[in-house]
Every structure is written in C-alpha cells, then in structure tokens.
Design a protein around this ligand. Structure first.
Ligand SMILES: Cc1cc2nc3c(=O)[nH]c(=O)nc-3n(C[C@H](O)[C@H](O)[C@H](O)COP(=O)(O)OP(=O)(O)OC[C@H]3O[C@@H](n4cnc5c(N)ncnc54)[C@H](O)[C@@H]3O)c2cc1C
Length: 484
C-alpha cells in the first residue's frame, strides 16, 4: 500500500477504538474529542504531504516489496546521501509544527528502520526474533502505521543505583508465556501521541538499566493500541478550544502524553522482539545504533525549532522597535549562536557517519549526543527565557481575537499599534510568543525537551562512565611532565 493520506490515518483511528481516559471521561472517538481532534488533524496533514504531487518525490521512496511510494523515514540508509535525503524529508515534517510535535511519526519510524537495518542483533538469543523485527518493519512501512512508545516503568521508590527498583505490582511484568504469545501486566510512562497512534511499542531504555534479576521486565514488543486490556490515561489537554489566533500552538499541536496500564495483555509471538535476556535488552541501543538514528531525527527537529524561535524573536524586536538596544541585539545573537551550534552538530553527525557491520549508514553519535543534551538542558529553556525577556509586557497586554470586534476595539487598535505594526498583527504575533513562552503548552514543551530522551542526570552519569577520556588525560600528563 502506498504512503497513507491523512484521511486514511483518521479512518484507521476510528475503525479501532481504544480505551482512552481523559479528565474522568472514557473517550468514544479520539478523532472527534475536543482535547485530541486538532492533534489528529495535524498528524493527518503530515501524511497528506506524502501524497501531495509536488512533495511525493521528496517524502517517499519505492517500496522494496511492492514498488509503491512509501514513507521515506522507513528507508534503511546505506549512504550519507540517504541520510541527508531523509533529513530533508524530516525537516519538512518538523516545520509543519514549528518543531513543536516531537512525535511526528518519523521519530518512531526511524527506530524500527534502524532495528531492521541491524536485525541480526535480535537473532542472538532466538533466531525467530530477527524475522519478527524484519516482518514488523515491513508491516509498518507498507501500512504507514503511526506508533507511540512507553519505555519507563512506573516506580514506587527511586534510588541512586544504576538500575531501577522495579516491583512486580507496578512495573510492566511478564505474567506467563502461552502458545499464542506472552501475557504482560503493569504500567509504563510516558506514551506521547498514545491515544492517537495505531500501535504502541514497548522496549527498554538505556537510561533505566535493568538489573540481573529483572528477567521478567526484560522484553521488547509492539501491539495495536486497541489490544484488549490496554488502557491510556491522558493528562489534561492543552487544546482548550480556543482559536488559532488566540492559542496558535495549543490549538494545533496537542500530541498528548499518557500513562499506560496493561491488564493481562496478550502480545502475539510474532510481535515479540526480545524476551528475558537482560543483557540484550540493556545493550540494544548501542548494539543496533538505533539511538543515532532517532537522535538524527531529534537533532534535526531541534534545528528547526531553534530557527523558528530565532525568527519569532526577530519579529518581536521588529514589532517593538527595540532592535537598536545593545542587550536586545545580544539576546538575539545568543539565539543565532545556539542555532548555528545545533546545525554544526547535525552536519557533523552526517559528515562523520559510518556504516555498521550490516551495511546500514549510522550518523555519528557524539555530535548528536552533544547537541541533544545541550538543547534539552540549556538551549531550549534559555530560548524560551529570551522570548520572555524580549516580549515582556506585550506577552500580557494581549487582546483576544474577540476584542477586535467588541466595544473596546477602538482603544485596542489605537493603543496597541506600534511604529511598524498595527494592533491586530502585533496581537497575533504575541499570542504566538505567549504560546511559546507562557502558556501551559509552552511549559510542557520545556519539560518535554528536558526529559523526553530520559532523565538528563542519568544520561550525564552514563556519559561520564562510558566516555573515553584517556586521550585528554594523556595530554595533560605529558604537559605536567615537561622539563622546560
Ligand atoms: C512531556 C514528556 C513526554 C515524554 N514522552 C515519552 C514517550 O513518549 N515515551 C517514553 O518512553 N518516555 C517519554 N518521556 C520520558 C520518560 O517517561 C520519563 O519522564 C523520563 O525518562 C524520566 O523518568 P522518570 O520520570 O521515571 O524520572 P526518574 O528518572 O525516576 O527521576 C525522578 C527524579 O529522581 C532522580 N533520580 C531517580 N533515579 C535516579 C538515578 N538512578 N540517578 C540519578 N537521578 C535519579 C531524578 O534526577 C529526578 O529528580 C517523556 C517525558 C516527558 C516529560
């Protein structure tokens, strides 16, 4: 089947009702629920791009199975040019949400594509798991399936140990193996795009290592979101029914985050990719290099988001007429430096890409790791802060769309115009700046960038413990030993 249209994606969600709870309500249809439907529309618009005559060549490639034009994010890259072509396609999707939808479907597509390109990893324990991965990747590609994932077990307590304290009454746990498949029970966080995806993938995450005794929590699988016993619990929606003028981002890009509960859920054998092997589960990311591929997608989206923030900041400065003030220039220059640094990391990741032992071209991990870590920890929170510093009271002296048709309109039009911009255009721009820097939607964006790639403290500890620092120590020792 060729790449899907948006309408086909929506029809697929309607055909397969799943158990989704939001604010005490069991959602009947996620495509019409007021808190979810605009997010559905935004994902649908991404799929439509793949079938748009002017974009089809950029967004798709010929299926190795049918020859149909299928989504390019499913292509196993063999050359640096493949990586660059894929990045251009991913940029097109990222720009559609100004970088605000972290879970455009290419994010998860790159995971399973990387696994397919390293499928021998999954055969180490049980040869049939390799075929499961390959078959599943083909199924995703040929049906253009939308995926969510939930990698972190719920915990009742936390310790500084490398591995989590997992208790069987909350963590997702293997109950038993049957002829039909495995039965699992427990809970996971955090499935972004969960209620509006077709399937959910469950696998371990490097930042939350499994202990030797965690065999019953060690697995990787994927199942449809309407599988009996699977329940999604949504947070409050940030799409509160306001217009695109008033809430330009929240009214479009609500991708929803969920806790996921599994009530004795059956996972068919053909959907199991790893089972019971703690070592393979802990090392799959390095073993398959899938993190480099998702990191490539993420870093590309970070560049898009940085460019969007830079453009927004410059429009704020122009609108307020503040561009001759030195510290305003310095703040915009800081955004430029951040954008250029991210872009440099992305280019380095592609330029230094190397093929793995199975011929898949992997972006270089180090620049991806550096760009991602800096973006979440410092760059994006600081970008949001700069929008607040540049926008100041304009983020609050902000008429709603309706005020332009109300009795207060003459005052609004008179007092809120600036030298460069009329009141309506100023208000439209500052609603966007508000949704980037002050709204509930914006708070979630900062939290997302900080945390979605795993807890940054845990990631930093892993970097400290695995990074080869010896070459630099050697240089310092050599200097200390100089005689003159
Ligand atoms: C908006 C958003 C969307 C997300 N989307 C997804 C998604 O779609 N899929 C997905 O799988 N994940 C997603 N995540 C990430 C994920 O679910 C977790 O939030 C993240 O991995 C952190 O884990 P945690 O909440 O269990 O926190 P923990 O890691 O348990 O941390 C809680 C606190 O304890 C400290 N801490 C606990 N244990 C340790 C330790 N061993 N070492 C150091 N510090 C420790 C932390 O510093 C922190 O202060 C998302 C996160 C956010 C915020």
């Amino acid at each position: 089947m060729p790449a899907r249209t948006g309408q086909e994606y929506i029809a697929g969600l309607k055909d397969r009702p799943r158990e989704v709870w939001i604010d005490g309500e069991l959602v009947k249809d996620v495509t019409t629920h007021p808190g979810l439907r605009n997010g559905v529309k935004s994902v649908a618009a991404l799929y439509d791009m793949q079938r748009h005559p002017a974009l089809r060549e950029e967004m798709t490639f010929a299926s190795p199975t049918t020859g149909d034009a299928v989504g390019l994010s499913f292509q196993v890259p063999r050359t640096i040019e493949d990586l660059m072509r894929k990045r251009e396609m991913m940029s097109r999707w990222a720009w559609a949400s100004c970088g605000m939808m972290g879970r455009s479907p290419d994010f998860m597509n790159t995971i399973f594509t990387a696994w397919a390109g390293s499928a021998d990893y999954f055969a180490q324990d049980r040869p049939e798991f390799k075929q499961n991965v390959l078959n599943y990747h083909e199924f995703l590609r040929e049906n253009d399936v939308t995926l969510t994932h939930a990698l972190v077990n719920m915990q009742r307590r936390r310790t500084p140990n490398a591995s989590d304290t997992l208790s069987e009454d909350v963590a997702l746990t293997l109950v038993k193996e049957t002829d039909a498949g495995i039965i699992v029970k427990g809970s996971r966080v955090l499935a972004t795009l969960g209620p509006i995806s077709d399937e959910i993938a469950i696998y371990p995450v490097a930042s939350h290592r499994l202990a030797d005794e965690d065999g019953r929590h060690s697995f990787s699988f994927s199942i449809p979101c309407d599988t009996p016993g699977l329940k999604f619990l949504c947070r409050e929606s940030f799409d509160v029914g306001r217009s695109h003028f008033n809430h330009p981002l929240g009214s479009r890009f609500e991708e929803m985050d969920c806790a996921v509960f599994f009530d004795n859920v059956l996972v068919p054998w053909e959907r199991v990719f790893l089972l019971g092997n703690v070592e393979l589960c802990n090392n799959y990311a390095a073993g398959t290099q899938s993190n480099a591929h998702t990191g490539h997608q993420v870093l590309n989206r970070c560049v898009v988001k940085a460019e969007f923030i830079l453009g927004l900041a410059d429009l704020i400065v122009e609108t307020l007429g503040s561009g001759s003030i030195p510290h305003v220039q310095e703040q915009v220059a800081e955004l430029i430096t951040q954008r250029d640094m991210l872009q440099a990391c992305l280019r380095a990741a592609e330029a230094d890409a190397t093929p793995n032992e199975w011929g898949m071209m992997n972006p270089a991990s180090a620049p991806i790791q550096a760009g991602r870590a800096l973006f979440g920890r410092t760059i994006y929170p600081r970008m949001v802060e700069i929008i607040q510093l540049l926008g100041t009271s304009s983020l609050m002296a902000l008429p709603a769309e309706a005020d332009f048709d109300a009795g207060i309109a003459p005052e609004v039009n008179r007092y809120l115009a600036t030298d460069s911009t009329n009141a309506w255009e100023r208000a439209r721009l500052f609603h966007l700046a508000w949704d980037v820097s002050c709204s509930a939607f914006s708070g979630r964006q900062v939290l997302y960038e900080r945390m979605f790639g795993g807890n940054p403290v845990r990631n930093a500890l892993a970097l400290f413990n695995t990074y080869d620092k010896e070459p630099f120590r050697t240089k310092v020792r050599a200097f200390l030993e100089l005689d003159d």
